[in-house]
Design a protein around this ligand. Structure first.
Ligand code: HEM
Length: 259
């Protein structure tokens, strides 16, 4: 019988994330062309081995086009400016700014497609949104937009809850990422046994062996080795982009200094 385990210790989480014998649980491969299921069968996030390496390479190359045209400081300034233009109505801003940097001018279909991207929950709305995105953008760019969307918005939402007057925005974001990560867990399948493990990122980020007084929200603790962006074989390729987009929105909302 296959079991389901929960990993809560930082060291063990890091070891599993670095071990190629643990893979993301496979997704269905028989989705009709242009649907959410079809997309999930084609992206780096849910593939393994050679396919993963090749798809991840394409993604990273696509992401690098942002670095040369609009660097992290540019993303931050653009997110700030768009939030101000919209009078503080920041939802959709990070994705619109990332889309523009990737050369995609209409990102309105992203939220509906992103809703099922990680969970795999299929719906007519998600399929229609994926079909629309395929018309507008290439697969690596779509993947980047869908991966980033909910996580960056979740980070902003939580940081706003923790914000205190006069906070340094980078420190606020770093501690929010550790203590209250937007993605709470990730799963792996042990290819030797078929058992599934869930890596509890919240618990690993509060492991007392790594983070003293872990439950305390303390922006002054500085950047620690939190696992919010993953680790090992397939970490998030875009922490700098995520942080720049979130910081730009917070600059506008919390009145950070202009950059
Ligand atoms: C605060 C925001 C973000 C968080 C917390 C986050 C977190 C993560 C995590 C934990 C993983 C690894 C999942 C696993 O190992 O199971 C991941 C993968 C990924 N992230 Fe992010 N991410 C964020 C923003 C972004 C943004 C803005 C982008 C795009 C520009 C992005 C693109 C990706 C991609 C493409 C992968 C898959 C990598 C692969 O397949 O090897 N992420 N992210």
């Amino acid at each position: 019988m296959h079991t389901r385990g929960l990993i809560t210790r930082h060291a063990e989480a890091q070891a599993v994330l670095a071990d190629t014998r643990y893979v993301p649980p496979p997704v269905r491969q028989d989705g009709q062309e242009g649907t959410l299921a079809w997309l999930r069968a084609r992206v780096s996030r849910f593939s393994t081995g050679q396919a993963h390496a090749e798809r991840r390479r394409l993604l990273t190359e696509r992401l690098a086009t942002v670095d040369t045209t609009v660097d992290a400081a540019g993303l931050r300034a653009a997110a700030r400016a768009m939030t101000e233009e919209r009078g503080g109505d920041w939802r959709g801003v990070p994705t619109a700014v990332l889309g523009a940097a990737l050369g995609i001018s209409d990102t309105s279909a992203v939220p509906a497609a992103a809703a099922g991207y990680l969970s795999g929950e299929e719906s007519r709305e998600a399929d229609a949104a994926v079909a629309e995105l395929i018309r507008l953008a290439d697969l690596p760019a779509i993947t980047l937009l869908l991966q980033g969307h909910a996580a960056v918005e979740g980070l902003i939402e939580t940081a706003l809850k923790h914000a205190e007057p006069g906070d340094d925005i980078d420190a606020l974001l770093a501690e929010t990422l550790r203590q209250d990560p937007p993605l709470k867990a990730t799963r792996r399948l042990d290819t030797r046994t078929g058992d599934e493990v869930t890596i509890d990122l919240v618990a690993a980020n509060r492991d007392p062996e790594v983070f003293p007084d872990p439950a305390r929200f303390d922006p002054a603790r500085g950047r620690g080795p939190h696992l919010t962006f993953g680790s090992g074989v397939r970490p998030c390729p875009a922490p700098a982009h995520a942080l720049a987009l979130a910081a730009g929105v917070l600059d506008a909302l919390l009145g950070g200094s202009p950059r």
